[in-house]
Write a protein that binds this ligand. Sequence first.
Ligand code: NDP
Length: 246
Amino acid sequence: MDIKNKVAVVTGASSGIGEATALMLAKAGAKVTIAARREEKLNALKEKIEKDGGSALVVPTDVTDKDAVEKMIRETKEKFGSVDILINNAGIMPLSFMKNLKTDEWEKMVDVNIKGVLNTIGGTLPIMQEQKSGHIINISSVAGRRVMPGSAVYSATKFAVRALSEGMRMELSPSSNIKVTSIEPGAVETELPNTITDDEVMENFKKLKEMNMLQSEDIAKSIVYAIEQADRVNVNEIMVMPTEQP
Ligand code: NDP
């Protein structure tokens, strides 16, 4: 797909991978809807994109709110005329050991990382099916392929995102010309660990931070790679790890 003049929706665009992806897509000529909860961060990103000559629509959205997500997708279609690319990136990672029973955090992870992804898919699919084209990119994780102590629930949500991606690809690519890609990053230097409240897990996490972690732009590049392939090519999965991560 030629990114120029395409319309992309990026969730979790207020920081990290989502912000870098929105910037990169806008630089490549896409019109981008940037969604997340922190409006001031989104406005700052919009300013940056427009300074570079791009177009951005800010829609403050909590992805767990189905009505708000549907409204955000409708606004995108009304403003830009289509929805060609959906980047399901919003996510949280309050890692914890099961014995510490952080049940509220388990529930939140399921709400944001799984239900949030389903909400945007539900809002976008009717438009892509009518267009008979589109590309849905779901941000899973290396934790969607392996489980570590402390990552049980987070991994469960990211395994779910991979399963969803593969199921959707099998159903939608052949019949509706909608491509589906799962992106599986290793450790990326972002705000993501800020949601960890389990001190024991945080101790382990500090060791990870000593290595040369990936930068958000590294993941944005892999997303752009998946989008830019010829019509006949569906990039099913991309796993990107820091060289130093075992
Ligand atoms: P960040 O914390 O920087 O970004 C997370 C984004 O998600 C923020 O923009 C945040 O915005 C948004 N978000 C969180 N909750 C909600 C919500 N309820 N509604 C809407 N937006 C929400 O982390 P990353 O950039 O690292 O994370 C992006 C994705 O990449 C996540 O899905 C994460 O699981 C995945 N990932 C990250 C890895 C890493 O090492 N960093 C490795 C593998 C995968 P706001 O608070 O403004 O709503």
